[in-house]
Design a protein around this ligand. Structure first.
Ligand code: SAH
Ligand code: SF4
Ligand code: F3S
Length: 489
């Protein structure tokens, strides 16, 4: 198999003994071609649409990296594409629906271009791939979350004329071993350290779409990140997992240990990790938040609800008191830490007083920001087996109330940022009322916008110091103090 290291990887669906990609220059046309088995692949374009969480975006990058070996380059224009891939999310109805409407549109695209290949991957494909391939005539193939590394075999199969198939098997290998693939020209990289989730919260589809927890070995992750820093110019990594705090439990290792190892990597500036489950935050990990200099001073710690009875129905395995105790310990260990969370509004038969308890928790915890969602019933989950008598409009009202309540807290929390200065890594520009501004992310994950001193100066991926001039609940505006360039001294 062709991997960067040639290592025998056992990751997201190791490839079998089938044909491999061989790149060559066509002597007649002078065009770079790829031969795989019986087929020759000319340069082609792939358009990929990703829904869902960072893990899915990370998987899309892995797909693109493999497809490059098969002579595909990414296009941002769906009309230019030879192949369209959807990387889907099943976590809520809304994400599902967005995908279904886009998939419906592809029917017309395929009518215009009969050679267009359409594939779906990700979490919806894992659980419903077979039915979808049957139902949608214009869908060629579907693949699950654990066979990402087999994408070129699947594309080969499609171009060989064998379309209408689904591959959604689980990688049964106990050992989870991969090498991170990056396709973007940026100093930030996602690094998958654990896959799957064993928690089975009663509302959540993820354990069914992502399978059993399996961690990469600590030594492998360290070598992988060292390589990214040394050879790919990576300066910031985000360690990824559905439940990243469980990292290493299957191998007798743990996240705290890994974070301390990453401290030693020269040239690595920042380490983030996501997403955490409060049950698995150990005292050792809390202590690392105080000690580790490279660790971000932001932690996303989803609480879901401020009511103990709701948390019990959600099977979250902790109480509000435990959660608030954790927040206190983290703030003691690292006084500058900022904490954000996820909230589900209107969970199964939630009462008014249970909802009120969530508003009270927002007051007590003082989150820097929250992601909040209306509860969305998912087939197969334990909560879906119970009848939900709470009307939809009340769920929506509660969501809006939670969001408004949090915005007021956020505005108050962020006002004191004015006058303070922060070092940010500039991620790009944004258009604010017709004015181009640069934006960067602080260590604690807040976005700060600033005006360039001259229109034509390029700050992309520079480290800069900025002073905050104004702050609202949702954004900070600042002015440039110092430009360090793309490398810190
Ligand atoms: N592994 C992470 C989150 C995964 S899903 C964790 O345990 O926190 C991301 C967020 O989506 C969850 O935190 C939860 O707030 C939300 N979510 C998951 N299932 C949901 C559902 N059925 N309805 C509404 N929100 C849901
Ligand atoms: Fe879903 Fe719970 Fe696992 Fe998070 S911990 S992915 S919410 S089952
Ligand atoms: Fe969605 Fe799958 Fe992520 S369901 S949130 S894409 S793990």
């Amino acid at each position: 198999m062709q991997t960067d290291s040639g290592a025998n990887q056992t990751g997201l669906g190791a490839r079998g003994d089938g044909p491999r990609e061989i790149s060559f220059l066509d002597p007649e046309s002078g065009v770079q071609m790829v031969k795989m088995g019986e087929l020759t692949f000319p340069p082609r374009k792939v358009w990929i649409k990703t829904f869902g969480c960072q893990m899915n975006y990370h998987d899309s990058e892995r797909l693109l990296s493999h497809l490059k070996d098969l002579n595909f380059t990414q296009t941002q224009e769906v009309d230019d594409a030879d192949m369209v891939l959807f990387n889907t999310c099943a976590v809520r109805d809304l994400s599902n629906n967005k995908f279904y409407s886009k998939l419906g549109n592809m029917k017309h695209a395929k009518a215009r271009n009969k050679d267009l290949v359409v594939g779906i991957g990700g979490c919806v494909a894992q659980v419903e791939g077979k039915e979808l391939v049957k139902k949608y005539k214009h869908l060629d193939f579907a693949f699950g979350t654990d066979v990402i590394d087999q994408i070129n075999d699947m594309v080969y199969r499609t171009y060989a004329g064998d379309s209408k198939f689904t591959i959604n098997s689980w990688d049964r290998n106990e050992n989870f071993s991969i090498e991170t693939k990056i396709t973007q020209d940026s100093p930030q990289a996602f690094v998958n350290i654990i896959k799957g989730c064993n928690k089975y919260c009663s509302y959540c589809i993820v354990p069914y779409t992502r399978g059993k927890e399996r961690s990469r070995k600590c030594a492998e992750v360290v070598t992988d990140i060292k390589r990214l820093v040394e050879y790919s110019g990576i300066q910031e990594v985000t360690l990824l997992g559905q439940n990243v705090n469980s990292y290493g439990h299957d191998n007798g290792e743990n996240l705290a240990q890994l974070l301390l190892e990453l401290e030693k990597i020269d040239g690595l500036q920042m380490v983030r990790y996501t997403t955490s489950h409060p049950y698995d935050v150990s005292d050792e990990l809390v202590a690392v938040h105080g000690e580790a200099k490279k660790l971000s001073k932001h932690l996303h710690l989803p609480v879901q609800s401020g009511s103990n009875s709701v948390l019990k129905r959600m099977l979250r395995e902790y109480t509000v008191e435990h959660y608030l105790g954790l927040v206190e310990k983290l703030r003691k260990a690292q006084p500058e830490i900022v904490i954000s969370t996820d909230i589900i509004a209107g969970f199964l038969n939630e009462t008014q007083s249970e909802h009120q308890a969530t508003l009270d928790l927002l007051d007590q915890a003082q989150f820097d920001f929250i992601y909040s969602y209306v509860y969305s019933e998912r087939a197969k989950t334990r909560a879906a087996a119970l009848e939900d008598l709470l009307p939809k409009d009340i769920k929506g009202e509660r969501l809006r109330e939670i969001q408004a309540y949090q915005l007021a807290i956020q505005a108050k929390l962020r006002a004191p940022l004015v006058g303070k200065s922060f070092r940010v890594l500039v991620e790009g520009t944004s258009n604010m009322k017709g004015i181009k501004k640069w934006k960067g992310r602080t260590n604690c994950n807040r976005i700060v916008h600033f005006l360039p001193p001259a229109e034509d100066r390029d700050f992309q991926w520079h480290w800069v110091d900025v002073e905050v001039l104004s702050a609202t609940a949702l954004s900070c505006q600042g002015q440039l103090l110092k430009d360090w360039g793309t490398r810190l001294p």
